[in-house]
Ligand binder design. Structure first.
Ligand SMILES: [Zn+2]
Length: 89
């Protein structure tokens, strides 16, 4: 036998790791998919991970300082309006 059936695992060993942050805060050590930088659990597989036009990030933006300040302004405006109405009475 010349070892023809030995699996070549070198590619797997040297392939880039996924490195995505897992829930326990450690880096994912699964090998990244071919031509991808993430493993199949972290977006390497098709139709997984964040889709194009992902709105999760934007939804999260509802709570950024900017939109908070904006809402604060709206609230102040409303309070002004109510105050004006009160003065007109
Ligand atoms: Zn991964």
């Amino acid at each position: 036998m010349s070892g023809g059936h030995v699996r070549n695992t070198a590619a797997m060993v040297t392939s880039p790791r996924c490195g995505a942050r897992t829930r326990d805060g450690t880096a994912c050590r699964a090998p990244a998919m071919h031509g991808k930088r993430r493993c199949r659990m972290h977006g390497g597989a098709r139709r997984s991970g964040a889709p194009k036009g992902n709105r999760n990030a934007r939804r999260h933006g509802m709570f950024t300082r900017d939109s908070r300040a904006e809402r604060h302004q709206v609230k102040a405006l409303l309070e002004d309006a109510w105050g004006l109405l009160g003065e007109l009475k």
